[in-house]
Ligand binder design. Structure first.
Ligand SMILES: Cc1cc2nc3c(=O)[nH]c(=O)nc-3n(C[C@H](O)[C@H](O)[C@H](O)COP(=O)(O)OP(=O)(O)OC[C@H]3O[C@@H](n4cnc5c(N)ncnc54)[C@H](O)[C@@H]3O)c2cc1C
Length: 466
């Protein structure tokens, strides 16, 4: 808890910089900022309150806020759409939440250079809609695109369903403006995508979870809107037969935007024949000719792997509906968690068998119906599933032991614990399984060099040194 004297000084100075209406500090106003979409410890709901929430509009505002925080050594947590799933926004030691919701301006659209410069609080959807007016697309299609912001996406190394053709946010960050923990404003480099000069500072902030500074402006690569789009959807007996098609596609030379192989309880509402609950879908974008050729190429794979193709209109509707509803359809309740691991494909069967057959039952957990198997089709190959949180006495400890065992299984198979939801507080204490102590020390040293007083989102991402 912050000392009253420090708090009073902080409030006085924040109001001086931003005005009274852009600084919140009353208890009811702070409630929405006590946690994010991560299920924190069962008895700790509404335990962690920030001391203030502020609403900057400009880089100068952010600089003013961070100067105060640096001076008083107050924790500072930048916030975007609040959709992260691993507790990155929980104000573990109070402090100032810097809500970027008002920093949502588009600064520059360069059609000839194919980039856009924006403030960090614009949502992916808002930016996509604006870019469309210039014939451009962002293509950062996260399931949370209606609420996730550019600042949040960069800071979580957001995964895009269209990654196979367009890459993810990490591949499109050209240049960043960041307010560092000492209040200095840094531009990471010129607005260019490729250079061989110096450290790639912009990449340091990709996936940094607000622990190194506050991004106040981002320049991102964008693409022209394609001439044609298409999709295929095919039904299989189960996940494993759909996966066969996915693996064949991934190891072929065909280009596609992305897709998934998964299994649902009952796919008949999507037009599937009875008993065909394994789904395989892919999206395609490009010139009319290439899209046509790509679709025909994958249809052949579907045919050879025993899939039944959905009608063309059903596939298009599925893709459209799936994209626009994804955000809500995949939100978590307080009783479940979602894993997004990466495991080399040759170990996928072993991973899922051990996960659902041994690890989950050992800790009193089970998959949600129809959410047991899922593979992102494309080079990032994320494996996903959703499971119920353990219940009853000692449930929280069982949940933590479950996460540890999932991490052990994943890393033993050469994978990553969290291939698209970051670390936050959920995976922090299991990072030692994925990284050596030497690598973790380098991360700690970097953090210390940039944020010596540990004011930027403290307690997240990096495990304490043993
Ligand atoms: C239904 C649903 C679907 C999802 N689908 C996907 C998906 O397909 N792909 C994917 O990658 N993730 C997905 N997620 C997870 C989540 O949406 C992403 O992690 C997203 O990128 C977070 O963005 P945000 O703006 O909500 O960030 P927040 O949750 O507000 O913040 C996330 C982190 O970024 C930091 N941060 C925010 N803004 C800044 C800034 N300006 N400067 C520095 N640090 C900052 C915060 O401090 C925090 O550590 C999904 C989540 C939900 C609920």
């Amino acid at each position: 808890m912050m000392e009253t004297e420090v708090r009073d000084q902080m409030m006085h100075r924040l109001i001086k910089v931003l005005g009274r209406t852009r600084v919140l500090s009353s208890r009811p106003d702070l409630v929405p900022y006590t946690k994010d979409t991560y299920r924190i410890r069962y008895d700790e709901d509404y335990k962690y309150f920030p001391d203030a929430v502020v609403f900057p509009e400009t880089t100068a505002d952010v600089k003013g806020i961070v100067e105060i925080a640096a001076d008083l050594k107050v924790p500072t947590i930048p916030k975007g759409g609040g959709s992260n799933r691993t507790g990155m926004l929980v104000p573990l030691t109070g402090g100032i939440v810097v809500d970027t919701i008002r920093m949502n301006r588009i600064v520059e659209v360069s059609v000839p250079n194919l980039y856009v410069t924006v403030q960090p609080g614009i949502t992916l959807k808002e930016l996509e809609d604006e870019l469309a007016k210039h014939g451009l697309a962002l293509n950062q299609e996260q399931g949370s695109f209606k609420v996730a912001t550019i600042g949040g996406s960069i800071s979580t190394s957001g995964f895009s369903r269209k990654h196979q053709k367009y890459g993810t946010i990490a591949d499109r960050v050209m240049s960043l403006e960041v307010v560092l923990a000492n209040g200095k404003v840094m531009r990471t480099g010129p607005k260019i995508l490729y250079t061989s000069t110096g450290y790639r500072l912009q990449q340091l902030f990709v996936g940094a979870e607000g622990t190194l500074g506050i991004i106040t402006e981002a320049t991102l690569r964008v693409e022209p809107i394609p001439e044609a789009k298409d999709a295929i959807l095919a039904f299989y007996h189960d996940f494993w037969s759909a996966n066969e098609a996915a693996l064949r596609t991934m190891s072929s030379c065909v280009t596609f935007t992305g897709g998934e192989a998964y299994e649902v309880e009952d796919a008949t509402s999507l037009g599937a024949p009875q008993g065909r609950n394994g789904l395989f879908y892919l999206g395609f974008e490009g010139t009319k000719g290439e899209v046509h050729a790509q679709v025909e190429f994958v249809k052949k794979i579907v045919h050879e792997t025993g899939g039944v193709l959905a009608k063309h209109d059903d596939a298009a509707k599925f893709m459209e509906k799936y994209t626009s509803q994804w955000c809500g359809a995949r939100a978590l309740t307080g009783f479940e968690d979602a894993l997004t691991t990466y495991v080399p494909v040759e170990h996928m069967r072993e991973f899922f068998e051990k996960l659902w057959g041994e690890v989950m039952p050992k800790h009193g957990s089970a998959p949600l119906p129809g959410e047991k198997f899922s593979l992102d089709v494309g080079r990032y190959r994320i494996m996903a599933g959703r499971f119920y949180l353990p219940k009853g006495e000692g449930a929280w400890e069982k949940y933590q032991a479950l996460l540890r065992d999932i991490a052990k299984l994943t890393t033993r198979l050469g994978g990553s614990i969290s291939s698209c939801h970051g670390v936050g507080i959920e995976h922090k204490d299991n990072l030692d399984l994925e990284y050596s102590e030497v690598a973790l020390d380098v991360m700690r040293d970097l953090k210390k060099a940039i944020d010596p007083d540990n004011i930027m989102n403290p307690g997240k991402m990096l495990p304490d040194k043993k």
